[in-house]
Design a protein around this ligand. Sequence first.
Ligand code: KIV
Ligand code: NA
Length: 274
Amino acid sequence: MSATGTTRQKMPADILAMKGGAPIVCLTAYTTPIAKLVDPHCDLVLVGDSVGMVLHGLPSTLGVTMEMMILHGQAVARGLSNALMVIDMPFGSYEESPAQAFRNAARLMGETGAGAVKLEGGVHMAETIAFLVARGIPVMAHIGLTPQSVNTLGGYKVQGRGEDGARLMADAQAVAEAGAFAVVLEKVPQGLADRITAEVGIPTVGIGAGAGCDGQVLVVDDMLGLFTDFKPKFVKRFGELGRAAEAAVADYAAEVRERSFPATEHSFADEVKK
Ligand code: KIV
Ligand code: NA
């Protein structure tokens, strides 16, 4: 509730203010109906570049384009009135230079109405994050397992175990110092995630990073059981919508084949009743 007693859509500052408080609830969305469904329950809705794998059948997020993000972003924006909308910068749209990142971030926000962008990277993206924030673009960072770097990371492995933990701590501190309003920690051991959460001043949003983060995020199709090609260890299926959909389609096919669908109630009479 705002000072005037009316509700308004959340802003990055509202998410930042949740640091250390009630857990921040986040999910992805890629379409208007799912955005409407998750909006009342979430603080933040992410138009993730996971859309490429989840809805377009791509083998990784590397093939996701600006045009795909904008189209899905516009659809999601139409379904949100409560949660902050954050949109992923796709692979190749920001890594080259801060100027390139600004041009594409401004386009993503301007053409979709998103309240912030998310990009992957820690220490090496800090300069770009500061450049964007100084020019009016709120940034959510994403460190740990960064799927756009799957080819250099050598797979979708847990990041920051043992000695490697210092690297992730430095990444988290660098993005916080650069002005990011929150940071996603993906596939990071829970003890390290707890230490990062304790030491950085911005909210940590975990996915496969334990219960100690300031918030949690999941891919909505994963938690609904709609995307079933594979299930990462960090996914919990809160529903089995894929199974339900399969059963419904099988019933439909059977009823069409036995001519029990459509029934009279789904059909139109030749004469209108007086
Ligand atoms: O693209 C995505 O869905 C994400 C979340 C898993 C954090 O980046
Ligand atoms: Na992403």
